[in-house]
Design a protein around this ligand. Structure first.
Ligand SMILES: Nc1nc2c(c(=O)[nH]1)N[C@H]1C(S)=C(S)[C@@H](COP(=O)(O)O)O[C@H]1N2
Ligand SMILES: [Mo]
Length: 322
């Protein structure tokens, strides 16, 4: 069982001031241990203490004018999106993921689509990229910890892949699994979590047009830290539902138990819909800090996608089904 520390959520103020410092010096230094999804691990398991070099060159830190989501929020920079990540398979240090993941090899890559379907299939990633044309979707991502970004994803609706698999009548849920590769993912050697990372959706959530399989962002292929070569994006739910580096998609008849439900069932439920009125047991969810901005914003019901998704939950008590 996981020990819950009483530590606070991410101190984004520290992050922001660190960014100024990074800009000035080009180097990230200092201790910066975080409780990324609200659970603390021990210091010895958290290699975030120490100094590391900022990735050089390739990243543009420009927000181009007019590049925004449907609410008028500007997209976050490529640098912000690729250097501030939650990916516990590598480390719980959000600013350490990019460096630890940079050599992670995502080719060849096989994705199994199976379970309660008429057409189970093993896909090679190249086949998926070829079969499912990519579109750009600019979505807000709201982490359960209280920070958010706007990200221009490239991808295709999950429903296309599921429709091709032809779910059977008793397939009520979809279960997703991340690759298990402790030899190359140091975080998976931590016994605090029940690896591999697992997530799940109800079938109607999975078939919703907003639910995306992302294979890129900013018009480029995904980098390992963002879940290459393909990850889920469910923009109305807390970020932890958007599982990275998927190797298995399974149609099942029972509600899957996610890694976070197993770790802390009282804190992380199956639904995890963004809801400013339902607080996390240890912090309020009524506001959030958009990375790159000062101050806080109000958190929007269903992360601003209420019109699109509220009908999925019309008969549910959202505080009981958190
Ligand atoms: N496999 C896996 N998927 C994951 C995570 C993780 O640790 N492992 N973290 C989740 C959390 S808590 C968030 S907020 C988002 C962050 O996605 P990003 O780093 O691309 O912004 O990924 C989610 N998907
Ligand atoms: Mo998150």
């Amino acid at each position: 069982m996981v020990k819950i520390a009483s530590s606070d959520i991410t101190p984004e103020e520290v992050y922001l001031s660190r960014r100024q410092f990074m800009k000035a010096s080009g180097v990230i230094t200092g201790a910066f241990a975080l409780a990324a999804c609200g659970l603390n691990i021990t210091e010895e398991e958290n290699p975030s203490i120490g100094s590391q070099k900022e990735s050089p060159g390739v990243m543009s830190d420009k927000r181009s004018d007019g590049y925004m989501d449907e609410l008028g929020d500007p997209v976050n920079s490529f640098e912000e999106i690729t250097t501030y990540n939650n990916f516990y398979e590598f480390t719980t240090d959000k600013q350490g993921v990019a460096r630890l993941a940079e050599d992670y090899i995502t080719r060849p890559w096989t994705i199994e689509v199976g379970g309660l379907v008429r057409n189970p299939k093993m896909y090679d990633i190249e086949e998926i990229l070829k079969n499912y044309p990519r579109e750009e979707r600019v979505y807000r991502l709201r982490c359960v910890e209280g920070w958010s970004m706007t990200i221009p994803w490239m991808g295709f609706p999950l429903k296309k892949l599921l429709s091709d698999a032809e779910p059977l009548a008793d397939a009520g849920f979809v279960r997703f699994e991340t690759i298990y590769d402790p030899d190359h993912m140091p975080g998976q050697r931590s016994r605090w979590y029940n690896w591999p990372y697992v997530e799940g959706l109800r079938i109607d959530e999975a078939m919703h047009d907003l639910t995306l399989i992302a294979t890129g962002l900013y018009g480029k292929e995904l980098l390992p830290q963002n879940g290459a070569p393909l990850r889920l994006v469910v923009p109305w739910k807390y970020g932890f539902k958007s599982i990275k580096s998927i190797v298995k998609i399974e149609l099942v008849d029972k509600q899957p138990t996610s890694l976070w439900m197993a770790a802390a069932p009282n804190e992380y439920g199956f639904y995890a819909n963004v809801n400013p009125k339902v607080d996390h047991p240890r912090w309020s969810q009524s506001s959030e800090r958009r990375i790159g901005e000062l101050g806080r914003r109000k958190t929007l019901m269903f992360n601003g996608y209420e019109e699109e998704v509220a009908s999925l939950y019309s008969d549910m008590d959202l505080s009981a089904n958190y």
